[in-house]
Design a binder for this molecule. Structure first.
Ligand code: C2E
Ligand code: MG
Ligand code: MG
Length: 698
């Protein structure tokens, strides 16, 4: 027999006592007794009986039917009417109160027992049905979601099979205690989960929603989203909360991947500039608090990367970048950061170092790694990098200041020939500043045309006569006087000013050559130097033919000089431009030959007319047997390729005698004349000239 607790609502105390006896005799518990409606509602709320036996006629305003309706609404408790009334209208009203039974007095005990059992059963079924409908509702929201239903009164949780499957838990391995859930939450997320949960239970949030990590059966943690809604009683106290749990792994992975790619370089997978700057900033903050801990920044730039990229293609360029990244990683500890800043620039944050020598060791180890293993397997060529090093001092407040100085030191390493490191010192900063000053000055100079063009004679060995001149620019600086091209051409090249400057030289030289040709030297040519940027300029050929037209100089009156490295920057393009220039009738000299690539295999493909032997060989001829041999070899090779040979930097009679004996075509150097302004060269041209003329002083 069930031990259900029953509340008796009956206005007549004798009958109430009678019912009590019957109930107890049947094995039920009497939870309480009331004789008027208001009292019955109160007791129903307080005592929470399993069932109520309700007389229709009660004391006070409310009758049993009205009272039953309210109790049902408020507490969802089953009510059985118990009355002597049986007229049709009363029965009709009673029916609308949806009672769980109806017993007419007088009744037998077994009738009472059956009515109570049916009422309890019906009510229990309804409750189950309702719960499962609610669960079904939740389930519809997301078939993929796990469901949970937490009964706060007995503190038991229903976990749906999907909820458990999501965590890799097998059916039967998991109880229904909330601890099973809470204990699986990541320790870092647990407090916030509880906080959020309580906020909603206490009615402070419209719903419960929380993203957190939970332990999967495999041991790892996964991201999930739990949502829930509390069900509250009359007083607003939550007695149940149910909801769903969604697997966020896929979303989190996408988020993480996005976050990763926002801070990493796609090609090498290394941190990018943004992430590097962030780490450097943090490191500077630490250093402010712990000045005794030393750290360094290395700025790296692959030497001649552009040449590789342009001549061998981007695939090889990428291979070189990835290879460099890997080698850098090999040389570092996990706590160091290596990043790709842009193009072929990398930066390293050496987190904790004893002193400078640790940093130098890293730089040297890296250089060695680059050399020893051939990064470019396909072309069997190893690479080098230029490295700038800066050590932290408390003058650095901003990360970009440190990186700037490392960059400056790298530039210095590059200027010294690459494949080496340089440690930043303050004088470099001053030099960097003066470079900025130079740029500003140069911009002004372009506007004011502060350029002078000097001319240096080139003498034919066969007849001892001047066959042409090389145009060499000078900068007539208003404060610093005459400045050598070596001191500003590379910078003009860097900032692109070389284009207008170069055009000025071309125009001036062509005009001058035309004037000399008309003044009695009809075969004189002028040779003009072209820098890398000028040579790469897509408009070069058109511009030259335009200048020739405008100045009236025939094309054979102009020679152009390019260095090997300039011509080799992009070989296919180089071949084409040289061919076009040749078609125009302009002769081309390969300048400073012997000191660059000297890729003889490419020489044949270039449409060249003249080879200028680098002056370093000529000046060494008499002291260095190697230079002698090289010079002889170059002359012989030029001959076989059908090229004219010019020797530059001839300063001594003995050098001239040697060149003469080896059948060099033309010579140029201080032995004959320094570069001179046009006017002075005009009088030089007009003087009778033979080889025995000693050095002329400008
Ligand atoms: P480069 O084309 O090889 O010019 C030869 C350089 O050697 C000139 O230096 C010249 O004065 C110097 N030189 C000539 N004979 C002797 C000698 O006997 N002994 C020594 N020690 N030196 C001699 P400069 O005029 O200072 O020019 C240096 C470089 O600047 C040139 O080398 C050329 O590459 C570049 N340059 C000059 N003018 C221009 C220009 O208008 N445009 C471009 N893009 N570059 C120019
Ligand atoms: Mg030259
Ligand atoms: Mg030269």
């Amino acid at each position: 027999m069930s031990k259900a607790r029953v509340l008796i609502v009956e206005d007549e105390s004798i009958i109430a006592l009678d019912i009590r006896n019957s109930l107890e005799g049947l094995g039920y518990q009497v939870a309480g007794q009331a004789d008027r409606g208001e009292d019955a509602i109160k007791k129903a709320g307080e005592l929470r009986p399993n069932l109520i036996l309700m007389d229709i006629k009660l004391k006070g305003e409310m009758d049993g039917i009205e009272t039953a309706g309210q109790i049902r609404k408020l507490f969802d408790l089953p009510v059985i009417f118990l009355t002597a009334f049986a007229d049709q209208s009363t029965l009709e009203r009673a029916r609308q109160a949806e009672p769980y039974g109806y017993i007419l007095k007088p009744f037998e005990d077994y009738e009472l027992a059956i009515a109570i059992e049916i009422g309890l059963y019906k009510h229990g079924m309804e409750k189950k049905l309702r719960e499962s409908e609610e669960r079904y509702d939740l389930a519809v929201r997301g078939a993929n979601d796990g469901l949970w239903d937490w009964n706060l009164k007995n503190n038991e949780v229903y976990f749906s099979p999907r909820w458990k499957a999501m965590l890799g838990i097998k059916e039967g391995e998991f109880g229904n205690s909330p601890d099973e859930w809470i204990n699986r939450i990541h320790p870092e997320d647990r407090d916030r989960f509880n906080e959020n949960f309580l906020l909603h239970i206490k009615g402070n949030t419209p719903h419960f929603e929380h993203e957190y990590r939970i332990r999967h059966a495999s041991g790892g943690y996964m991201w999930v989203l739990a949502r829930g809604l509390a069900v509250c009683d009359m007083e607003g106290k939550a007695y149940r909360i149910a909801g769903s749990q969604t697997d966020l792994t896929a979303r989190k992975m996408i988020e993480e991947r996005l976050a990763f790619s926002a801070l990493h370089d796609g090609l090498t997978g290394l941190p990018n500039r943004e992430l590097f700057m962030d780490r450097l900033k943090q490191r500077i903050e630490i250093a402010k608090r712990h000045p005794e801990s030393l750290f360094a920044v290395l700025f790296l730039d692959i030497d001649r990367f552009k040449v590789v990229n342009d001549s061998l293609g981007h695939a090889v360029g990428d291979q070189l970048l990835v290879g460099t990244a890997r080698r850098l990683q090999l040389c570092l500890r996990p706590e160091d950061t290596v990043a790709r800043l842009s193009g072929d620039e990398f930066a390293v944050l050496l987190n904790d170092i004893g002193d400078v020598s640790d940093t130098i060791r890293v730089a040297e180890r890296f250089q060695a790694k680059m050399r020893e293993t051939t990064v470019l397997v396909e072309v069997n060529r190893s690479s080098t990098a230029s490295i700038g090093i800066v050590l932290y001092t408390n003058k650095y407040i901003q990360p970009q200041d440190m990186l700037r100085d490392a960059d400056t030191a790298m530039y210095r390493a590059k200027a010294l020939g690459g494949g080496r490191y340089q440690i930043f010192d303050a004088t470099m900063h001053t030099q960097a500043l003066s470079l900025l000053q130079l740029e500003a000055d140069m911009k002004r100079a372009v506007k004011n045309e502060e350029w002078l063009v000097y001319y240096q004679p080139v003498v034919s060995v066969a007849n001892g006569k001047i066959s042409g001149v090389e145009a060499l620019i000078r900068w007539n600086h208003p404060e610093r006087g005459i400045i050598s091209p070596l001191d500003f051409i590379p910078q003009a090249e860097d900032i692109g000013l070389i284009i207008p400057i170069g055009e000025f030289v071309l125009r001036t030289a062509c005009l001058q050559a035309k004037a000399w040709r008309e003044a009695g030297f009809p075969k004189l040519w002028v040779s003009v130097n072209l820098s890398g940027r000028q040579f790469q300029d897509q408009n070069l050929v058109a511009k030259i033919s335009q200048i020739l037209r405008e100045t009236g100089l025939p094309s054979q009156g102009l020679r152009l000089e390019v260095t090997e490295s300039v011509a080799m920057q992009d070989i296919q393009y180089g071949i084409k431009v040289l061919k076009d220039l040749n078609k125009l009738g302009v002769h081309v000299s390969l300048d400073d030959f012997g000191n660059g690539y000297s890729s003889l295999s490419y020489l044949k493909q270039f449409s060249l007319n003249v080879l200028k032997i680098d002056q370093s060989f000529i000046q060494d001829i008499l002291v260095n047997k190697n230079s002698e041999a090289i010079t002889m070899a170059i002359i012989a090779m030029a001959r076989s390729l059908g090229l004219e040979v010019v020797a530059e930097g001839v300063e001594k009679e003995e050098q001239l005698a040697f060149l003469k004996s080896k059948y060099c075509d033309e010579v140029q150097g201080f032995l004959f004349s320094k570069p001179l302004p046009a006017k002075e060269l005009t009088s030089f041209l007009n003087k009778p000239f033979t080889f025995t003329t000693r050095r002329n002083t400008p």
